[in-house]
Design a protein around this ligand. Structure first.
Ligand code: ZN
Ligand code: ZN
Ligand code: FE
Length: 760
C-alpha cells in the first residue's frame, strides 16, 4: 500500500504534559516516520506511513491522550509524501518566544507510578518527597515565565544529576522533559526549622521530627505545593483547640487531609460524586456530611454538619500522613482571608510565633495557590473555590472575541481573568482585597497572568462598585474600561461554563452587589445575555443599618425584617446579643425608624435575619455563618416532609415580598413549632416562590433556560428546591459546576461581557 503523509495539529493543554513522548511512542510502535514538535499553537505532527496506521495514531490522539492533556482540537491536512526513510523523531521546540501562547498546565497530585517508587526501598527515589514525572507534580505554582521549560521555573535553582538528566532526555522515559524532575541527589531538600527560623535538621530527619511533634499534639507549618499549611492531629481535641487559639481569629472550618478512602469513609458520608472528587488528581477539598461519632475533634468545623476532606497530593503529604498515621488538619497558613503564606522568610515571620516548628524545603513557590474547595450538589460537583489543580485552565467562550481583556473581579474571594483568543483564563483564588498582603497578591496576579499567556490587555473590565479596590485599580490603568454590574457578571459566568449564548432568565442571589441605582442589590431576577440585562424583578428592599456591621451582626437584619413584618417591639424578639443589653437593639431600631442604613434587596441578608429569628448565632466571624447554620438546622427535616408557606411570599409589580413569611415564622416559633421545621419551611417557601417568578418570566419572554447564581446558591437545599421546581416545568436549569457561584466567578463574567461588547 502506498504511504500517505498527514500534517496533524493538536491544540489545548498539550505542552508540559508528556504529549510529545506519547506521540513518539505510538508512532514508533506503529512504524510510522516523521516528527512531532511543540509550536505556538500546541503540538504539530508530520507523519508518514500506511494510512490505516496513521488513522490509528489519530484515534489515540483523540480518544486516549496522556492523562494530564486536555485536547482542544485535532485537525488534519494531507501533504505530498516525501518517502523519508528512517524513524520517528521528537524535534526541539521552535522557540523564538512563540510558545508564549500555549497554556500552562495545572498542579497535579502525585501519580501512582511515582508513589510506587517513593514506597519502594530498592528505588533510587525511595522516600524522596519531591518525586514527580510528566504525569504529575507542580506546574502553575513554579512557573516564572513562558515558554514552560526548566529555566523558566523555580527548578532552575537545581542542576539535574546524570541519572535524572538521562530520564529527562529519553523520549521513552516517563520523565522525558518533566521540568520539575529531581531526586535526592540533585533536587529540593527538606529542612526542619525552629520557630525562629533556625535550621535544625534536614532530609528524612526533618520529616521524622515533624511526625513526632504532630503525634504529640504539636502545631507544625508544612510547606506544600501552593503555600504553607498549618498542621495538627485532627483527632486531638487539645491540639485543634490550641491551633484555633494560636490563629486567634474566627470559627472558619479547617480542612482535614486523610490517607485513603477507608479513612475518609470513617469521617464522612460519601456519595459517588464525592468519592470521584476526592481521588481526582486535581485534589480539591471536598465538603461532605460528617458521620455521627466520627473521630474528628469538634473544633475542626465548629457548629457545622459538613467536614472538608482531601487526599495527599505531594509525596511529602503521603510520607507525613503515613508517619503520623492519623488524619491531619491542613489549613492554609494565613490569618483571615489573607493570602496563604508561600515565601520562606515571610513564613517564618508570620508563622514562627504560632507554630512549634516548620517543615520546609528549598523549592520556591512562585505563585501561591490555595486548595480548591468542592461539594456535591444537585447531581454534580460544584466548585466553591477554584484554585490549585484548576487554575489556570482556560474555559472556552461561546463567541468569537475581538480584543484581549483583563477582568479584575470583585472585592471578596478575588480572582482575575484574561481573555485570550476565544478563551478566558482565570487566576488562582486571591482572597479578600481589604488585606494589604492580599492586595499585593492581586497586583502580582494582574501582572503575571497576562504575561504568562502573552496577552496585552486592551480593555479592562471591573465591577460597578466605585469603592472596590479592584475598581480603583482598573481606573488607574491607562485603558478603556468597562463597568459590569455585579449580578450581570454572576449570570454571565454561569452562561460561559455552559457555553450558553442565548438570553436567560436568572436568579442572582447573594450577599451584596452594587446596583446602578446606588443601592445594594442581592435578590435579583434578571433577563440577561452578554450584551446586557434587564432587572425584571427583585426582593423587597429593606434598610441595612450600620453597613458592614449588619453583616457581622445579623441580629440587625433580624430586627429590620421583623419590623418590615410589622413586629415593632424589639424586646419581644429576643434579639439582644449576649453581652449586649437591650439598649443596643433599641438604638438600631431607632436608626431604622429614622430611615438610616442603605436599602438592600439581599437574599443573603434575609437568610441571616431568619437564622437569628430561629435562634442561630447573632454574631458571625465569617460571612454567611448564620445562614449556613440555618441550612444545617433545616437538614433535620426531610425535603419531602417540609412544609411550605410560599403563599406568604407575594409577588406584585416585580417585587417579591418575604415579610409575611417572616411574620408567620416568628408567630409559629412563638407557638412552639420547632426551629428545624421552620428552617425547612423557610427554604421551601423561598425556593418555591422564586422558582415560580423565574418560571413565569421565562414563559412570558419565551426563554428556555434559567440560571441560578450568586453566593446564596451555595446553599444546596435551596438550589435543589429551585432546580426540582424548574425541571418539572420543562425549563433548562443552569447551575454552577466549574465556576464558583460566589464572587470568585465574577472576573469570568466580567471578562465575557467586556469581550462580547468589544466584538460588536
Ligand atoms: Zn508521576
Ligand atoms: Zn537527580
Ligand atoms: Fe456576589
Amino acid at each position: 500500500m502506498p504511504a500517505t503523509r498527514r500534517l496533524i495539529r493538536v491544540t489545548g493543554t498539550v505542552q508540559g504534559v508528556g504529549f510529545r513522548p506519547f506521540v513518539y511512542r505510538h508512532a514508533t510502535a506503529l512504524e510510522l516516520t516523521g516528527s512531532v514538535r511543540n509550536d505556538s499553537a500546541g503540538v504539530f505532527i508530520d507523519v508518514e506511513g500506511e494510512p490505516a496506521r496513521i488513522s490509528e495514531l489519530a484515534r489515540l490522539l483523540v480518544e486516549d491522550p496522556p492523562p494530564l492533556a486536555s485536547v482542544g482540537s485535532v485537525t488534519f491536512e494531507d501533504a505530498e509524501p516525501l518517502g523519508r526513510p528512517g524513524t520517528f523523531r521528537i524535534v526541539a521546540s521552535d522557540d523564538a518566544g512563540s510558545t508564549r501562547t500555549v497554556p500552562v498546565s495545572v498542579d497535579t497530585a502525585t501519580c501512582a507510578d511515582c508513589l510506587a517508587e517513593v514506597d519502594d526501598p530498592a528505588d533510587r527515589r525511595y522516600r524522596y518527597p519531591f518525586t514527580n514525572c510528566t504525569n504529575c507534580g507542580p506546574r502553575y505554582t513554579i512557573v516564572l515565565r513562558v515558554p514552560y521549560d526548566r529555566p523558566s521555573t523555580t527548578m532552575a535553582d537545581f542542576v539535574m544529576c546524570d541519572a535524572c538528566r538521562r530520564e529527562y532526555d529519553d523520549p521513552q522515559d516517563r520523565r522525558f522533559h518533566a521540568q520539575p524532575n529531581a531526586c535526592a541527589e540533585c533536587g529540593p531538600r527538606l529542612t526542619w526549622r525552629a520557630p525562629d527560623g533556625a535550621a535544625r535538621a534536614d532530609g528524612d530527619e526533618a520529616l521524622r521530627i515533624a511526625v513526632e511533634l504532630l503525634r504529640s499534639g504539636g502545631v507544625v507549618a508544612v510547606k506544600g505545593i501552593g503555600g504553607y499549611h498549618l498542621a495538627v492531629d485532627a483527632t486531638d481535641v487539645a491540639a485543634v483547640r490550641e491551633l484555633r487559639r494560636r490563629k486567634a481569629r474566627d470559627d472558619k472550618p479547617f480542612a482535614v487531609m486523610v490517607r485513603d478512602l477507608a479513612d475518609a469513609r470513617q469521617r464522612c458520608d460519601l456519595d459517588e460524586r464525592a468519592v470521584a472528587a476526592l481521588v481526582d488528581p486535581r485534589r480539591p477539598i471536598v465538603l461532605a456530611p460528617r458521620r455521627a461519632g466520627a473521630a474528628v475533634a469538634e473544633g475542626v468545623a465548629p457548629g457545622l454538619p459538613d467536614l472538608g476532606l482531601f487526599f495527599p497530593y505531594s509525596p511529602l503529604h503521603h510520607l507525613l500522613l503515613a508517619g503520623v498515621d492519623r488524619p491531619l488538619v491542613m489549613t492554609s497558613a494565613n490569618s483571615s482571608d489573607e493570602p496563604i503564606a508561600h515565601d520562606d522568610d515571610d513564613a517564618v515571620a508570620r508563622l514562627g510565633p504560632i507554630v512549634d516548628g516548620l517543615l520546609t524545603h528549598d523549592r520556591r513557590i512562585h505563585i501561591r495557590c490555595d486548595d480548591s474547595v468542592a461539594r456535591a450538589a444537585g447531581g454534580h460537583l460544584q466548585l466553591l473555590r477554584r484554585s490549585r489543580g484548576y487554575a489556570p485552565e482556560p474555559l472556552p467562550l461561546p463567541f468569537p472575541t475581538a480584543a484581549p481583556v483583563l477582568a479584575v473581579g470583585g472585592e471578596l474571594k478575588s480572582t482575575v481573568s484574561v481573555v485570550r483568543g476565544d478563551e478566558v483564563v482565570t487566576s488562582h483564588h486571591i482572597g479578600d482585597l481589604e488585606h494589604l498582603a492580599t492586595w499585593q497578591s492581586f497586583r502580582q496576579a494582574v501582572e503575571h497572568l497576562p504575561a504568562l499567556y502573552g496577552v496585552t490587555p486592551e480593555i479592562v473590565a471591573h465591577d460597578l462598585h466605585p469603592e472596590y479596590l479592584s475598581t480603583k485599580f482598573a481606573f488607574d490603568l491607562d485603558l478603556p474600561s468597562v463597568a459590569v454590574q455585579h449580578h450581570h457578571a454572576h449570570v454571565a459566568s454561569c452562561m460561559v461554563e455552559h457555553g450558553r449564548r442565548e438570553p436567560v432568565v436568572a436568579l442572582a442571589f447573594d450577599g451584596l452587589g452594587y446596583g446602578p441605582d446606588g443601592t445594594l442589590w442581592g435578590g435579583e431576577v434578571l433577563v440577561a445575555d452578554y450584551a446586557g440585562y434587564e432587572r425584571a424583578a427583585h426582593l423587597r428592599p429593606v434598610q441595612m443599618p450600620g453597613g458592614a456591621a449588619a453583616i457581622r451582626e445579623p441580629w440587625r437584619m433580624a430586627l429590620v425584617w421583623a419590623r418590615a413584618a410589622g413586629r415593632s417591639d424589639p424586646d419581644q424578639l429576643g434579639l439582644a446579643p449576649a453581652g449586649l443589653d437591650a439598649t443596643a437593639v433599641h438604638a438600631v431600631a431607632d436608626l431604622v425608624d429614622r430611615g438610616g442604613g442603605r436599602p438592600t434587596t439581599s437574599v443573603g441578608r434575609l437568610f441571616d435575619a431568619v437564622a437569628v429569628l430561629l435562634g442561630c448565632r447573632k454574631h458571625v466571624t465569617y460571612e454567611a455563618q448564620a445562614a449556613i447554620e440555618l441550612e444545617a438546622l433545616a437538614r433535620a427535616v426531610d425535603r419531602d416532609d417540609a412544609r411550605s408557606f410560599a403563599e406568604d411570599v407575594p409577588f406584585a409589580d416585580g417585587v417579591l415580598d418575604p415579610a409575611p413569611l417572616v411574620d408567620r415564622i416568628v408567630e409559629e416559633r412563638a407557638r412552639g413549632i420547632p426551629a428545624a421545621v421552620l428552617a425547612a419551611a423557610f427554604h421551601e417557601s423561598i425556593g418555591l416562590a422564586t422558582a415560580r417568578v423565574a418560571h413565569d418570566l421565562a414563559r412570558a419572554r419565551d426563554i428556555d433556560a434559567v440560571v441560578l447564581t450568586g453566593g446564596v446558591f451555595q446553599n444546596v437545599r435551596l438550589s435543589e428546591i429551585v432546580v426540582r421546581e424548574l425541571d418539572r416545568s420543562g425549563l433548562t436549569v443552569l447551575t454552577h459546576e466549574r465556576v464558583p457561584p460566589n464572587d470568585g466567578g465574577l472576573s469570568i463574567g466580567q471578562a465575557a461581557i467586556a469581550a462580547f461588547g468589544a466584538g460588536r
